[in-house]
Design a binder for this molecule. Structure first.
Ligand code: CA
Ligand code: CA
Ligand code: CA
Ligand code: CA
Length: 645
């Protein structure tokens, strides 16, 4: 598949001569016009004279139903020294955020309008046109064009200067992105105008493409990869989505992206389409999305299935370098966890970097040390990844440890794989305390009466789960004290460090005693020992760390696509995954499970409506748990023996 590439360590002048003497196609494959040092392409081409091009690629969809195939605008950049001399592979980033976004798009219900959307961290500055030097409005060209790559940045269908309407994640959007790869391979038409115009050909591109981007820009590579399109050699999805349902919903429940309460598919539509298009030519599509997304049942449907790439992972032919934050509660950890599981299942060439932060990259300078002692940083790693998959540089990156995991102390560690080999699903039983007081966690047999019931009453609308404001009680604080609003189950203090690596699951037998619907929330928490000062405050104090969590709709106990009404007071078994994680509990700490209902996150009196995850019903929902029939399953390196309780 990959052409053999020899290491070129010649000075630039020699390279130029060699390249200049080449006949086009065949000879190029023998001597690509790159200089490789230490396994990485070196910047040898003049960025300021790069050749730029703006064009529209016609796509096989008509998302605004005007009878005209839509066109997506792209901008390209490539080394001028190679014009007519050698064809180059492409690093590509598509985005729905390039221009004309609508910051005032109305959010749901009474949540306040915000200026920034979750994925906006990777927004690019407005296009800068003209000037004496080449420079696309992104940094990919600055970095990769001097290294011999072409760079393409594009504007998603229905956004910025592209025509049509956004469809937020479905196949039309996928096809619009795929069409650019087809254009780069001579399989799709390109034009020098938004309508009509002259044909434009990618005669400078060798057809091989690597896609990269963060957040929504990192979602599009996942989408396109599932088409198996020829030419897409690799993707680097950074904090990208693999299933839009789990971005706005979870287990049948409406669950917001962290810090974006009130957002939904149609809100994002309005933001990326811009105000004029949303209220104009795309108004019908915008309204239809608002209905189809269904914020009433919150259930999975064909509409969401069209925006779920996980079942399509088997079609992927490109290699995948997954980059994510273990504490990203915007694009939550299941987005990479379930994706990674599928990549593993289908043995797709892959690598993963899990950093200890939230919604972003590890940072270009984040570094790790290989067993050989060699140190690489993130930017170098992506560079080497592209060099390997796009230029065929044999730099050994696929033989290196597959996973980079950043520990709680921020040190990045190289591991053979993820989850850690030797991580074993370990059953932990819940044991009852007093009626509403904390209970226990044990890997041993439960001797207490299995029928015991513990009851709590939801007050999440008024009490935040994780905020740190004096005077405002928190649902995960003070685990040894009964509050009546939640239940806590605590392990004995750990005698040795315990590493969790994988996806925890919970099986909870519980009833809703006085309502026909309820949010159900479970948090896995790292607690200090009983009596430690500060346990009443928790975050951001080290006395308490929320490790991972999950939510479910009690009406979706069987399936996420089917509402099953509950009988009040009747106990059911609720089984759900918490979000995957890789976390080390230190000796002396306690592992805690907190169960409550409505999750208003770190909502507080000065920010009453803009935070949290679940919808916020009136307080008063009573739930009862039967710990004797409830278990956690924790992916523990070394299993029950390592847990020690
Ligand atoms: Ca159209
Ligand atoms: Ca640039
Ligand atoms: Ca539901
Ligand atoms: Ca975590």
């Amino acid at each position: 598949m990959r052409s053999h590439v020899r290491r070129l360590l010649l000075p630039l002048v020699a390279i130029t001569l060699a390249v200049g003497s080449l006949a086009p196609a065949a000879a190029v494959a023998q001597a690509p016009p790159i200089v490789v040092a230490n396994g990485m392409t070196q910047p040898i081409y003049n960025f300021s004279t790069a050749i730029e091009q703006t064009l529209w690629v016609e796509i096989p969809t008509d998302t605004n139903s005007d009878g005209v195939l839509d066109r997506v605008r792209i901008q390209t950049s490539r080394p001028s020294e190679l014009d007519g001399v050698a064809k180059v592979p492409v690093v590509m980033e598509l985005s729905p955020y390039r221009q004309n976004t609508w910051g005032g798009v109305p959010y749901k219900d009474d949540y306040r309008t915000i200026d920034e959307l979750p994925q906006s961290i990777f927004r690019h500055p407005a296009d800068v046109v003209g000037g004496p030097y080449a420079n696309l409005p992104t940094t990919w060209d600055d970095y990769y064009v001097p290294r011999g790559y072409g760079v393409v940045i594009g504007e998603s269908v229905g956004t910025a200067n592209s025509t049509g309407c956004p469809t937020v994640g479905d196949d039309a959007e996928t096809q619009s992105a795929k069409a650019i790869i087809d254009w780069l391979n001579g399989r799709a038409p390109g034009f020098d105008a938004q309508a009509g115009g002259n044909a434009v050909f990618a005669d400078w591109a060798n057809g091989d493409v690597g896609m990269i981007g963060s957040s929504y820009n990192g979602t599009i590579p996942n989408q396109v990869a599932t088409t198996g399109v020829e030419g897409l050699k690799t993707i680097v999805p950074v904090v990208g989505i693999s299933d839009w349902y789990n971005y706005y919903r979870e287990n049948g429940l409406v669950v917001a992206p962290g810090t974006f309460q009130g957002e939904d598919l149609d809100v994002l539509f309005g933001f990326i389409a811009g105000q004029a298009r949303t209220l104009g030519e795309c108004f019908d599509e915008y309204q239809a999305m608002g209905v189809a997304q269904d914020r009433i049942s919150g259930d999975y449907s064909a509409y969401w299935d069209a925006r779920n790439y996980v079942p399509k992972a088997k079609h992927i032919k490109a290699s995948v370098f997954v980059v994510d934050g273990r504490n990203d509660w915007n694009v939550k950890p299941s987005q990479w966890g379930r994706w990674w599981d599928e990549l593993t299942h289908y043995k797709i060439a892959r690598k993963i970097w899990l950093h200890n932060g939230g919604h972003g990259t590890p940072g270009n300078n984040a570094s790790y040390t290989l067993p050989s002692g060699q140190v690489w940083n993130y930017q170098q790693t992506v560079n080497r990844w592209f060099d390997h998959w796009l230029w065929g540089v044999e730099n050994g990156i696929m033989e290196e440890p597959r996973a980079i995991v950043q520990r709680e102390n921020n040190v990045n560690m190289a591991h053979a794989d993820w989850p850690e080999p030797g991580s074993t699903s370990t059953r932990v039983n819940l044991t009852a305390g007093a009626a509403d007081a904390s209970g226990g966690l044990t890997t041993g047999t439960v001797v207490a009466p299995k029928q015991a019931r513990q009851t709590f009453v939801d007050q999440g609308r008024e009490v935040g789960s994780t905020q740190n404001r004096p005077g405002m009680p928190m649902l995960i604080a003070n685990p040894d004290v009964a509050t009546g609003q939640r239940l806590v189950y605590l392990s004995e203090p750990l005698t040795a460090a315990v590493r969790l690596s994988g996806t925890p699951t919970i099986r909870l037998r519980a009833s809703v005693d006085n309502r026909s619907a309820a949010n159900l929330t479970a948090y896995l928490v790292d607690y200090a020992a009983e009596g430690t000062a500060g346990l009443d405050l928790c975050s951001p104090s080290s006395t308490c760390t929320m490790v991972t969590r999950g939510w479910t709709d009690v009406q979706n106990r069987v399936r996420r696509d089917k509402t099953d009404p509950i009988l009040q007071g009747h106990s059911y078994d609720f089984e759900l995954d918490l979000h995957p994680d890789d976390y080390v509990f230190q000796p002396g700490r306690r592992i805690g499970l907190v169960v409550f209902s409505t999750d208003s996150g770190n909502r507080n009196s000065s920010n009453p409506d803009n935070w949290g995850f679940t919808m916020l019903p009136l307080p008063g929902t009573q739930l009862s748990v039967q710990p004797g029939f409830s278990q956690l399953s924790l992916p523990i390196v070394g299993g029950a023996e390592a847990l020690g309780f």
